[in-house]
Design a protein around this ligand. Structure first.
Ligand SMILES: NC(=O)c1ccc[n+]([C@@H]2O[C@H](COP(=O)([O-])OP(=O)(O)OC[C@H]3O[C@@H](n4cnc5c(N)ncnc54)[C@H](O)[C@@H]3O)[C@@H](O)[C@H]2O)c1
Length: 347
């Protein structure tokens, strides 16, 4: 299956298929590149399915696994490797790995030689349904995640569902959180989700992201709907980080945030019980969490959610309503508190 991200001259295909990685040589040939730098990690190279063939001369450029790749130090090291192999502006960077690897590979491609083509071969569910699509690339600073980055659309994205065969359970759950978000944003029902294959679930998320990116490449409008579940999700991640960095994967936090957003919409009178029940059913179908972890305090979460921690009136959420999903500003802190209390475990 091919999904087009329709951005005129910068448009591209996202291929979702078993064995999609074998289309790499065709995708590289379409860029006209004569050599390729394949940015990947030792953990990915060790997988039984790792057999990428770009069809042109290439070198593997190894980066650390996971979030550790997303630093300016690694950007410099990778760029030096590209320079050493005399990669020119007409050549191509290929990233193979999870979202951290595609974010880093995409960013190096955005800045090396003032921009070279990049092809993503995302291998985690998060990367296939989210990170590798849409052109957001970047690395972290000590001050926060993704604070240095660029928009740089890939030439092709190859989502090979075969690579998911080795994905650890926790990483699946993280991906399912984003899939649940996309399913709900499209009005999908829990019973239909239960009957859908992995490819169908992935495709549904890819289609939504491709559509929103095509309509709003730089997130000035409808692309912001992809933040559904993320206001509380980010707060939960921040609170978890302070006590155990391994406690919540991003998608798990988003899942709790999705349940919260539906309940909050009910609290402020935008939707009825049916929307909350259907949201929880979708989360349960994917075996995702629905309650705020025990021991997290309402005040702490409120503080993380408020953009300006002193001005809690400025709480912004993506919420469902009679006319669909919308970005809603200035949600009253009392409504947020009441709803959070509904979701607390162990009190
Ligand atoms: N650019 C965007 O729009 C966007 C969107 C969402 C997330 N992100 C970024 O993506 C990153 C998260 O991505 P992630 O969840 O893929 O994390 P990740 O890249 O850290 O990968 C998680 C782990 O899964 C392993 N892994 C990946 N594919 C595997 C496979 N097929 N088999 C076995 N192990 C595999 C990796 O080696 C790693 O250890 C974050 O840095 C986040 O900021 C970016």
């Amino acid at each position: 299956m091919r999904v087009r991200v329709d951005l005129d001259r910068r448009g591209y295909d996202v291929v979702v298929a078993e064995g999609a990685r074998h289309e790499l040589a065709v995708a590289v040939a379409a860029t006209g590149a004569r050599r390729a730098a394949i940015v990947t990690t030792p953990a990915i190279v060790a997988q039984p399915w790792f057999d990428v063939d770009p069809g042109v001369a290439y070198e593997l450029v190894m980066v650390p696994d996971g979030e550790a790749a997303k630093s300016l130090t690694v950007v410099e090291r990778v760029a030096e490797s590209l320079a050493r192999m005399e990669l020119s502006r007409r050549d191509v960077v290929v990233s193979v790995g999870g979202g951290a690897t595609t974010d880093l590979g995409g960013f190096v491609a955005a800045v090396y030689a003032r921009g070279v083509a990049v092809i993503h071969v995302p291998t985690s569910l998060v990367a296939q349904v989210d990170a590798a699509i849409g052109g957001k690339t970047g690395v972290d600073l000590a001050a926060g995640k993704n604070l240095v980055g660029a928009f740089h659309q890939p030439s092709t994205v190859l989502c090979d569902t075969e690579t998911l065969s080795t994905l650890p359970l926790r990483e699946w759950r993280s991906g399912w959180g984003e899939v649940a978000k996309c399913w709900l944003l499209q009005g999908g029902r829990a019973d239909a989700l239960g009957g859908a294959t992995i490819e169908e679930r992935t495709l549904s998320a890819v289609r939504l992201k491709a559509d929103l990116v095509a309509r709003d490449e730089r997130e000035g409008g409808p692309r912001a709907l992809l933040n559904y579940g993320h206001t509380l999700g980010h707060a939960l991640e921040a609170a978890a980080l302070a006590r155990d960095p391994d406690e919540l994967r991003h998608g798990e936090a988003v899942a709790i945030g999705l349940g919260f957003a539906a309940r909050l919409a009910r609290t402020v009178g935008r939707v009825g019980d049916d929307v909350v029940d259907e949201t929880v059913a979708v989360l349960r179908e994917l075996d995702l969490p629905t309650a705020v972890p025990a021991g997290m305090a309402v005040d702490e979460l409120l503080a993380f959610m408020a953009r300006d921690k002193k001005a809690t009136h400025d709480l912004t959420f993506v919420l469902p309503g009679a006319s669909g999903f919308e970005v809603v500003h200035d949600v009253p802190a009392e409504a947020v508190t009441v709803t959070l209390n509904e979701m607390m475990v162990g009190r």
